[in-house]
Ligand binder design. Structure first.
Ligand code: E4P
Length: 218
């Protein structure tokens, strides 16, 4: 399972990269706004900086919602760096644009996916990645993990090439469940990745090892 970090914060991206387990980055307009990135040139420059840190796929989301606008914006993003994946919303013109990008060899991440039906359309259009949002489904008292399970089953059944990129991850259990189900990728906030490190018995065991070592070495 690939690990992406879900942020536009350069320090967090560097920290995740330095850990040695990072396979890529996803961003969205909210995450870019959180970093105060505004204006087309600043946005493009920020993606260049992310690509300079990470040797892996970097999802850059379009703002346009009409076919021509998505294509224009997506082509400009894709031209920035070979690792850029154009992130396109799950809307009618988005699906048309994904099909267009697919025929041109431009890789895409279909975002804002909340149903198996949407997942089927994105796969048929040739999306490289599909982003179902686990946390936001959980937020409305449905089960986000059921959605991942359903999509992985359908994609395996038909041999669709689109990779399931589980998004809107809120905690380490989401990551572990995605691994059990067989999601291809998880995109996570850095704190959810770091939380995977933690186990009280590791901390207790390490403290004991170090104390025992000190007893005979001081
Ligand atoms: C990923 O591609 C999405 O942009 C992101 O995971 C959304 O997460 P959120 O629901 O925590 O905002």
């Amino acid at each position: 399972m690939k690990f992406f970090v879900d942020t536009a914060n350069l320090a967090q991206i560097q920290e995740a990269y330095d850990l040695g387990i990072l396979d890529g980055v996803t961003t969205n307009p909210s995450l870019m706004a959180k970093e105060g990135i505004s204006g087309q040139e600043a946005v493009l420059e920020h993606y260049r900086k992310i690509c300079a840190i990470v040797d892996g796929d970097v999802s850059a989301e379009v703002i346009a919602t009409d076919f021509e606008g998505i294509v224009k914006e997506g082509e400009a993003l894709a031209a920035l760096h070979p690792n850029i994946v154009v992130k396109v919303p799950m809307i009618k013109d988005g699906i048309k644009a994904i099909k267009h990008f697919s025929s041109k060899g431009i890789r895409t991440n279909c975002t804002l996916v909340f149903s198996a039906g949407q997942a089927i359309l994105a796969a048929k259009a040739g999306a490289t990645y599909l982003s179902p949002f686990i946390g936001r489904v959980d937020d409305i008292s449905w089960d986000g993990m059921d959605l991942i399970d359903q999509i992985v089953h359908i994609y395996n059944f038909y041999g669709y090439k689109t990779e399931v990129l589980a998004a809107s991850i809120r905690n380490p259990l989401h990551i572990i469940k995605c691994a059990e189900i067989g999601a291809d990728v998880v995109t996570c906030p850095l704190n959810a990745i770091l939380a995977l490190l933690k186990h009280p018995l590791t901390d207790i065991g390490l403290a004991k090892f170090l104390a025992d070592h000190k007893k005979v070495n001081s």
